[in-house]
Design a protein around this ligand. Structure first.
Ligand code: IMP
Length: 188
């Protein structure tokens, strides 16, 4: 298996594997089973938060043995920085109504919680039957808003991670593993 361990980027950054692809796949299968157990015989409507959650969502839906539909929202809060601007902007809204549906908001990572709490506020106003949160990763130590995931893949410590959909300045989303991005140059 190819690994990003110790790989040097041209800008002086280094990638260290935190969660391997195989462990991600195993956990996603378990999460899908948890969802199927919670909604037996029902339809679930997954809303992916672009762009980071697209890879997680595409793997997750294929493991859920229920009637599943999907939609997407796009938000921006980080830009090219590693720190959130603290302000969330909705760049793309849903295509269809969620009234009466079992909605699962699918995020790549829960960090401060600002993004998910903003999105949950918008979604609740649209009267879904239920609203839950699925996140591949969770950095609870960084939380500002009082939110928690209903289906969480891995709790991680306060480090900036990339890969499996997560980016830094739009790079690294295609890595199969989740990696810690260590910067050796000030400001990157
Ligand atoms: P929150 O609003 O602070 O919870 O941040 C959520 C969003 O910030 C995620 O959907 C990611 O796009 C981004 N983010 C937070 N932490 C990281 C990280 O470690 N790597 C890459 N993106 C992150």
């Amino acid at each position: 298996m190819r690994t990003q361990q110790g790989k040097k980027g041209s800008n002086g950054s280094e990638l260290k594997v935190l969660v391997r692809h195989r462990a991600i796949q195993r956990r996603i299968s378990q999460m899908a089973n948890e969802i199927a157990r919670d909604f037996p015989g029902e339809r679930v409507h997954l809303i992916g938060v672009l762009k980071g959650a697209c890879i997680f969502l595409s793997d997750l839906i294929r493991e859920i043995k229920l009637d599943v539909s999907i939609d997407f929202m796009a938000v921006s809060s980080y830009g090219k920085s590693k720190e959130s601007s603290g302000q969330v902007r909705l760049n793309k809204d849903l295509d269809t109504s969620i009234a009466g549906l079992n909605v699962i908001l699918v995020e790549d990572i829960l960090d401060t919680g600002l993004t998910v709490s903003y999105l949950c506020r918008i979604l609740r106003e649209r009267r879904p039957k239920t609203l839950r949160i699925a996140a591949l990763l969770d950095k609870p130590s960084r939380r500002i808003k009082n939110i928690q995931g209903d289906y969480v893949g891995f709790k991680i410590s306060n480090e900036f991670v990339v890969g499996y959909g997560l980016d830094y300045g739009e790079r690294y989303r295609n890595l199969k593993d989740v990696c810690v991005l260590k910067s050796h140059v000030e400001g990157i």
